[in-house]
Design a binder for this molecule. Structure first.
Ligand code: ASP
Length: 346
């Protein structure tokens, strides 16, 4: 019998209609009751750890979830975490770093419609998550709409559609079909060491989506506010303006002042490559790191995590640039072609 732990945190899946709109009100017992029983092969334990809309899930809650996951790793064959969809990709990404090399599957899931709704997708999502949690494949995953993806590659791409998440720049880890759950082994990076809980984070990380003409002084303001890291979603494969408003000069100054600057693309699919254009090459001086094909969620949480582990900016940059759990591939590692998860190869 597979021992599965269900950790509930709230979200739409556990929500009921209140006078103020949908709010999480159901516990894990209610969620599993609606499933009408799980396969006899699971021995289920339920722990209700939070009752939150995921908009309120922040670094404090990430640490709590990580601690529960880490502490349970030797007592269960797999863990399912029910979670709101809005910030699930951030939680899935940060957990991938905090409990890196976890030997059991940790599967986040949720729903677009509450479990009590007659047309809910929550039942399917929970069933897929339980199947993946029982699969024996270690790592952090996100299960939604009969598809399972690496937690660090998941992005919420739709507000209401049942296929709310995409696996960006990486193939699906598993999929449910008429043949049951098919796991794609080569899409799951193997562990490369023991699992250690590393839950220190730096919250002073800012995300900027570049807009034409953005005032470079924004970086002075971030430094005054003691931000230690910034992720910049630049244009296309990698471009920033430097005529009239010289962003590049400002970025170098911010890096000199000790801020870790990550540059990536505001395109969802494929990789940044700042060496392609003059407008990008200029930025690749000492102190600026490329995000390559990382998702924004994976980049922001990785920077928070890396700054939590190291204080020396050079070490932060080195840690950030390493591939820890399948979240990053540089141009040298493999040029990415096509778009959409189905066309990707790991
Ligand atoms: N606002 C909800 C949440 O993220 C949305 C959802 O769960 O789908 O908690």
């Amino acid at each position: 019998m597979k021992r599965i732990l269900l950790l509930t945190t709230g979200g739409t899946i556990a929500s009921r209609l209140t006078d103020e709109g949908l709010a999480p009100g159901l516990d894990g017992a209610a969620l599993t009751h609606h499933l009408g029983g799980l396969p006899d092969s699971y021995r289920l334990t339920v722990r209700d750890i939070l009752h939150l809309d995921s908009s309120n899930i922040q670094p404090e809650e990430w640490r709590l979830i990580a601690r529960h996951v880490f502490d349970a790793r030797n007592d269960f064959d797999g863990i399912v975490v029910s979670h709101g969809t809005d910030t699930m990709a951030y939680t899935a990404s940060v957990l991938s770093y905090m409990v890196r090399n976890i030997p059991i599957p940790v599967v986040l899931t949720g729903a677009q419609l509450p479990i009590e709704h007659p047309l809910t997708d929550g039942l399917d999502n929970l069933r897929t998550a339980f199947a993946m949690a029982a699969s024996g494949w270690g790592g952090v995953f996100l299960a939604f709409n009969r598809r399972v993806m690496l937690g660090c590659r998941a992005v919420k791409t739709h507000t209401t559609a049942f296929g709310a998440f995409d696996s960006v720049n990486w193939p699906l880890a598993a999929e449910v079909s008429g043949a049951g759950l098919s796991v794609r082994e080569d899409a799951i990076p193997p562990a490369d060491g023991p699992c250690v809980l590393r839950d220190k984070l730096c919250e002073q990380v800012f995300l900027i989506k570049l807009t034409p003409g953005l005032d470079p002084e924004i970086f002075d303001m971030l430094l005054r506010m003691h931000y230690r890291g910034v992720v910049i979603e630049a244009f296309g494969a990698g471009g920033l303006h430097f005529i009239r408003r010289n962003l590049i000069e400002k970025l170098h100054a911010a890096a000199q002042a000790g801020m870790t600057v990550v540059v990536c693309s505001q395109c969802l699919y494929e990789s940044s490559n700042f060496s392609l254009y003059q407008a990008g090459q200029k930025v690749l001086a000492e102190g600026v790191v490329q995000g390559w094909d990382m998702t924004t969620e994976a980049a922001v949480t990785k920077l928070m995590w890396a700054l939590g582990q190291e204080s020396d900016p050079a070490k932060v940059r080195r840690l950030f640039s390493q591939n820890l759990c399948g979240e990053i591939r540089s141009a040298e590692q493999r040029p990415i072609t096509g778009s959409g998860s189905d066309q990707q190869t790991p």
